[in-house]
Design a protein around this ligand. Structure first.
Ligand code: SF4
Length: 377
């Protein structure tokens, strides 16, 4: 499996917690930026002509903020330059404060068949605190426009003043509006983001409270038929995100646009985070990657475990052996021993027990510590 990622870095307003590469005051660059992105697609097309891609994902930023004809143009260019499977999953991230009927019409014409909506919370005062440009009513309106479509909803935990009741309202709203998939994740506070002051002032729920919210949210989601298939992702049967599953299976993907990352032919590379530099590189006919590294075998082994163990499917011991020519227990004897109580195995599939999935990061720590020094170089 392989995926295509397109980064659209424009937003109407910078949210108070935002750590993504997004520019709130540069929408005038959208046409020129997308023209560069079309060129980057063409540049890579030739080189990747042997590949067939199963998914396309427009992320950001706010892809639904730019004129929809630019998304249509990108999809036309993708189809010209790459081979997509017939049933390719094509997702677009959408901010409920930026859409209308015509946009949705153009997206469908472009072949977008999955939407990811950033609701975050159904409580308007919390949306305001987050600096979001939409309210709960905008979300309801957006989902009406998407009636019958496959869409996912983002739900955030750990907001200032948030209660279990708020989480219940948010999940119930997403469910009632027809969301097929819910991503429920904790707010992360980066130093430098405006919300960091709230964190320093102790105004945000602490990690124990967030863990309690997570358990509560997970119980509700289960009741409503959403099954957890990855630590932060829940889906009605058959609606798991193929694009993200490819990441967790350590599948290949190619990213386009400012800050986009790629993993192709054993190499990870990332484009510049500067809009100007990205456009200059592409205009002059050069790729805009600023970091590029061949993934060493020991790192690849760790990635295989780290990514796969985030999911309910776990990792296959046979597949590990096939890919790396060694056994998990031979490569990570101490970590396996230390983590035994948190893991379960049916002889092939190795998984983190359901009740420990939320703390998978700490379970994976001993595996990271056991990567041989020479492999880290
Ligand atoms: S909409 Fe997303 S990318 Fe844009 S500012 Fe808010 S959090 Fe950042």
């Amino acid at each position: 499996m392989a995926g295509i990622y397109i980064h659209v870095p424009f937003c109407r307003h910078k949210c108070s917690y935002c750590d993504f590469v997004s520019f709130p005051d540069k929408i005038d660059y959208a046409e020129a930026y997308m023209a560069c992105l079309y060129k980057e697609l063409k540049m890579r097309g030739e080189e990747l002509k042997d590949y067939t891609f199963d998914t396309v994902y427009f992320g950001g930023g706010t892809p639904s903020y730019i004129p929809p004809k630019l998304i249509l143009g990108a999809m036309n260019r993708i189809r010209e330059c790459f081979t997509l499977t017939k049933d390719a999953e094509v997702t677009l991230e959408l901010n409920p404060g930026t859409i209308g009927e015509n946009k949705i019409k153009t997206y469908k014409q472009a072949g977008i068949n999955r939407f990811s909506i950033g609701l975050q919370t159904a409580i308007d005062s919390q949306l305001e605190d987050l600096g979001r440009i939409h309210n709960a009513r905008d979300y309801v309106y957006a989902t009406k426009l998407l009636s019958g479509e496959n869409f996912s909803t983002d739900v955030m935990l750990g907001l200032k003043g948030q209660t279990k009741e708020d989480i219940r309202k948010t999940i119930e709203l997403a469910h009632a509006c027809g969301s097929k998939h819910i991503s429920m994740y904790a707010l992360t506070v980066e130093d430098g983001a405006p919300i960091y002051t709230d964190y320093l002032n102790g105004e945000l729920p602490d990690s124990d409270e967030v863990a309690e919210f997570y358990d509560y949210g997970m119980g509700l989601l289960k009741e409503k038929g959403y099954e957890r298939y990855e630590v932060s992702n829940f889906a009605l049967q058959g609606y798991e995100s193929k694009h993200n599953l490819n990441y967790w299976k350590r599948g290949e993907y190619i990213g386009f646009g400012v800050s986009a990352s790629s993993f192709m032919r054993g190499k990870r590379f990332t484009n510049t985070f500067s809009l100007d530099e990205y456009m200059k590189c592409i205009i002059s006919g050069h790729y805009a990657a600023v970091t590029s590294e061949e993934v060493s075998k020991p790192i690849a082994k760790f990635e295989f475990l780290m990514l796969g163990l985030r999911t309910k499917y776990g990792v296959s011991a046979k597949e590990y052996e096939k890919q790396f020519g060694s056994k998990i227990g031979e490569d990570f004897p101490i970590a396996v021993k230390k983590s035994l109580q948190y893991l379960e195995s049916d002889g092939d599939k190795l998984k983190i027990k359901d009740e420990y999935l939320y703390v998978q990061n700490s379970i994976l720590m001993p595996f990271m510590e056991e990567i041989p020094e020479e492999g880290k170089e």
